[in-house]
Ligand binder design. Sequence first.
Ligand code: OAD
Length: 234
Amino acid sequence: MKKIVVSTGAGVSAESGMPTYRDAGGLWENYPVMEVASDTGFARNPELIHRFYNNMRKKLTEQIKPNAAHLGLAALESDYDVRIITQNVDNLHERAGSTKVLHLHGELMKVRSVNHPERVYELPCDELTDKGLETSIRTRDQYGDGVRPHIVFFGEAVPNFEQAALLAREADVFVIIGTSLVVYPAAGLLSYVRSGVPVYYIDPKPVAVPSFVNVIAEPATRGVAELARQLRGM
Ligand code: OAD
């Protein structure tokens, strides 16, 4: 089976109603990014960070569903070995049925111990003092430790990058969807793809990319349908 490696950003979830980060009306327009997504912001105002991610988690669970792009990528699994590398913290690829998803920037539905980062809890979780989807600076795990969102903040390492780079190197087809390609190391994944491997890039406002990249300048839902057509013709 051909291995298709798909690198997704906020744009793949935009049509589900999940805000992107840098587009007009995006998340960072409403919140100072260094307050809600950095290690220094968390040290300064952990209460605000808990609240910010509680709100996003509530919205993700109650209002947001996978769209045709997530579903289309999951459907490709019947013909290909599909690996998703996502910068997104939502769980829409998993909810659409994709079985191999690597999260580069963490996961909204998880928190972890502030003292033991390997203790990760999927919400809702019985082992926490708060049994629902919300956490606060008072939440404790079964060892009495506080928790924080399982999110890679600015200023922190990206622990899954090495695995992502390996996947990119093994790709028979590489696809990029809905990312402004400004946040490293994720933006650099393309440089790990072997030469001669077909590369597709789906984004209604694509940024400049090398000329060998096949650009599909469409929203993700239409773009993934077009990708599936082009793959069938390969
Ligand atoms: P950005 O908000 O930087 O970029 C979103 C991209 O999606 C842009 O290129 C848009 O043109 C595109 N887009 C918008 N609507 C689309 C649609 N319907 N279909 C396809 N594409 C669409 O988001 P990312 O590149 O994902 O990290 O941002 C990277 C990282 O920056 C995020 O993972 C986040 C943030 O800091 C963390 O929180 C750790």
